[in-house]
Design a protein around this ligand. Structure first.
Ligand SMILES: Nc1ncnc2c1ncn2[C@@H]1O[C@H](COP(=O)(O)OS(=O)(=O)O)[C@@H](OP(=O)(O)O)[C@H]1O
Ligand SMILES: [Mg+2]
Ligand SMILES: [Mg+2]
Ligand SMILES: [Mg+2]
Length: 347
């Protein structure tokens, strides 16, 4: 039985290096935004981060596969965008030469694009497969809200380790105007930790835990900013049915999982807005393990475990409900009532 300690370390180094790249784009004027076929945005920072993270993973584990959100098609067609991204990747790699033994370098723009395209695994139930979202919450990134660089390892279809960098999340949740930028990491069965992005690469993280609540009247819940990504109306009705009185915290990206995992909130509701949308594995893999390892339960809106073994999407699941162990059952009951479905037999 492997401890996945090296995987955790490499994942942390990779998302940390990538988040320095995304943060530099966030603070610069040029975001290089392109609209994808599904009308969602992708920026030069998404491409750069995907290249840096896959480069790191394959340097350390050359035989592993990666399911990454982006591909390099746009960069192969558009030399100006390619050069912008290559400038970012080159800077990111050059600024941390001390990490070369662990997570390697990227030689040139061609290698950069090839690395991005190595995120083309179909996923599945066999072997070691990493799920990567180079920027989760691209809309949040563009509007100056929350976003996250998310990386998780799956072994035979099950999430076993991962790391997530959240450059805009406060280090101390009680001082939102203070220092920002944290990195979470986790291994199945070994807990979850957080540390400031400003800490040295080998600094130990502090263990995190969800609030162990059993009563929802004092709970707070978080949800997506975009009404198109989860149903704000149904989520408000569920909160009311549960006696939750605090206003919801709207936040982009898997920072939602990170915040409840460290006790800033208690429940994450993501009720589907469309019958056909399939959630992507990279939008949930590391967040789900962080919450579970911090004492929470994560299922879909019907109470079914999220099944990461089905390919690039969670095609057998609808929506997400994450909450502390003591209240997850009650939340699911309220969700099912709101959705008008009967409970699955395993509940
Ligand atoms: N229709 C629909 N339903 C559910 N989810 C969708 C939908 N469309 C897109 N997405 C994915 O949502 C990811 C961002 O989720 P968030 O919860 O952060 O949403 S938001 O940023 O507040 O809008 C976002 O991830 P990124 O593309 O990495 O930003 C998308 O993969
Ligand atoms: Mg996207
Ligand atoms: Mg995403
Ligand atoms: Mg993304």
């Amino acid at each position: 039985m492997t401890s996945y300690a090296r995987e955790r370390k490499i994942a942390e180094l990779a998302v940390r290096r990538a988040s320095l790249l995304t943060d530099s784009v966030y603070h610069s004027r040029v975001k290089g935004t392109v609209t994808k076929e599904d009308k969602s945005p992708v920026t030069i920072a998404d491409f750069g981060a995907q290249s840096v993270v896959i480069g790191a993973v394959l340097h350390a584990f050359p035989n592993d596969a990666v399911v990454g959100e982006e591909d390099a098609d746009v960069l192969r067609r558009d030399a100006a965008t390619r050069e912008l991204v290559w400038g970012l990747v080159n800077d990111a790699v050059k600024s941390s030469p001390e990490l070369e033994d662990d997570i390697g370098t990227v030689a040139d723009a061609e290698e950069m694009m090839n690395l991005i395209d190595r995120g083309n695994s179909e996923g599945g139930a066999k072997g070691r497969i990493w799920a990567l979202d180079p920027i989760d919450g691209t809309k949040g990134f563009l509007r100056g809200g929350q976003y996250a660089v998310c990386l998780a390892l799956m072994q035979d279809g099950e999430v076993v380790a991962g790391a997530m960098a959240c450059p805009n999340l406060p280090v101390d949740p009680s001082t939102p105007s203070g220092e920002r930028g944290v990195v979470f990491s986790t291994v199945k069965g070994a807990g979850a930790t957080v540390k400031p992005l400003s800490a040295s690469a080998d600094a130990e993280g502090s263990p995190i835990a969800m609030n162990a609540i059993t009563d929802l009247s004092d709970a707070s819940f978080c949800e997506s900013v975009e009404a198109g990504h989860s149903s704000h109306g149904q989520q408000a009705a569920i909160a009311k049915a549960l006696g939750i009185t605090k206003e919801s915290v709207r936040m982009d990206s898997q920072a939602k999982y990170g915040s409840i995992a460290r006790g800033d909130g208690d429940v994450y509701l993501r009720l589907p807005t469309s019958a056909t949308y399939q959630e992507k594995i990279w939008d949930h893999a590391v967040g789900k393990l962080l919450v579970e390892e911090a004492g929470g339960v994560v299922t879909d809106a019907h109470g079914k475990p999220l099944d990461f073994s089905k390919g690039r999407t969670l095609k057998d699941n609808k929506g997400v409900v994450a909450a502390a162990k003591g209240v997850h059952g009650k939340v699911i009951e309220a969700v099912m009532k709101e959705l008008g479905v009967s409970p699955v037999p395993s509940l």
